[in-house]
Design a protein around this ligand. Structure first.
Ligand SMILES: Nc1ncnc2c1ncn2[C@@H]1O[C@H](COP(=O)(O)OP(=O)(O)OP(=O)(O)O)[C@@H](O)[C@H]1O
Ligand SMILES: [Mg+2]
Length: 260
């Protein structure tokens, strides 16, 4: 595996250490190690089934909700294991927000969607809640479109607006990491461009990990890119290098569209 010195020298937020991930008897990740830097965007690419979603689900332990999973190795955030005995999963998922492939707003008002997390975490002051809602919607580049209809149902928004609402909902609990699993795959080009602009504006404040099937998108939004195949990391380097002079033949074949 090739890991550029430049990536290692950036401040590391997430350290994936020899991670093996099993669904029942089936192994989905094999000895994956990667340092994910803070305050920039890291892209995960690779063919369907290679373990991209599994990797990001291992970071906030969301996979454990529905599946019988087992892991070996570790994932550290700020040098502390997310698999430690004392880890509080509600707090972990506050720190590590997630945005999914299909926008999944709650069938509630726009405002209730954004404030769901803060209320769950005990914020009750009305002024503070209003401030959180406005800030989060502004960060997700949705405020101007919804500020006059906050009490309307989130289901009345377009797909792209719903996805930005889901980003606002994740940001409302003040996370440190934002995981995005193909956040644009259900959107049209305009909706996609808006999400990419939003990611760009957020990158200096968060550690962002984005899974994407869209190679141009990885090239546009990320600073580093990891290429996965069959549960293994094949190459991890600066995005520019991956897309211009990859070290591995498999990476080259994938990015030039020879398979996948
Ligand atoms: N809940 C689950 N139970 C059992 N096996 C699973 C589960 N989720 C994923 N897998 C298996 O783990 C492997 C990796 O799946 P994963 O969803 O991480 O791939 P992916 O790279 O995200 O694919 P895609 O691009 O299609 O989303 C696949 O073989 C898949 O069948
Ligand atoms: Mg996936």
């Amino acid at each position: 595996m090739n890991t550029a010195a430049a990536i290692q020298s950036d401040p590391c937020k997430i350290e994936v250490k020899s991670l093996q991930y099993f669904y029942g008897k089936e192994q989905a990740l094999f000895d994956v190690s990667m340092s994910i830097p803070d305050k920039q965007v890291t892209a995960i690419i690779g063919p369907s089934g290679c373990g991209k979603s599994t990797l990001i689900k291992a970071i906030n332990r969301i996979g454990e909700i529905s599946s019988d999973i087992r892991i070996k190795g570790d994932v550290l955030i700020d040098d502390a294991s997310v698999y430690g005995k004392s880890v509080n999963l509600v707090e972990l998922r506050r720190r590590v927000g997630m945005v999914f492939q299909k926008p999944n707003p709650f069938p509630k008002s726009i405002l209730e969607n954004v404030l769901f997390g803060p209320k769950l975490h005990g914020v009750s002051d009305r002024g503070r809640l209003e401030e959180i809602a406005e800030n989060s919607l502004k960060k997700a580049a949705l405020w101007n479109e919804v500020k006059d209809k906050l009490s309307k149902s989130a289901m009345e928004l377009s797909g792209g607006q719903q996805q930005r609402l889901c980003i606002a909902r994740a940001l409302a609990v003040d996370p440190e990491v934002l995981l995005m699993d193909e956040p644009c795959s259900a959107l049209d080009p305009i909706g996609t461009a808006k999400i990419e602009e939003t990611i760009e504006s957020l990158q200096s404040q968060y550690c962002i990990v984005i899974v994407t099937h869209n190679m141009q998108q990885a090239a546009r939004v990320s600073r580093s890119t990891a290429f996965f195949m069959k549960g293994k990391i094949i190459e991890y380097d600066e995005t520019e290098k991956i897309f211009t002079t990859p070290a591995e033949k498999l990476t080259e074949d994938y990015i030039t569209g020879r398979f996948g």
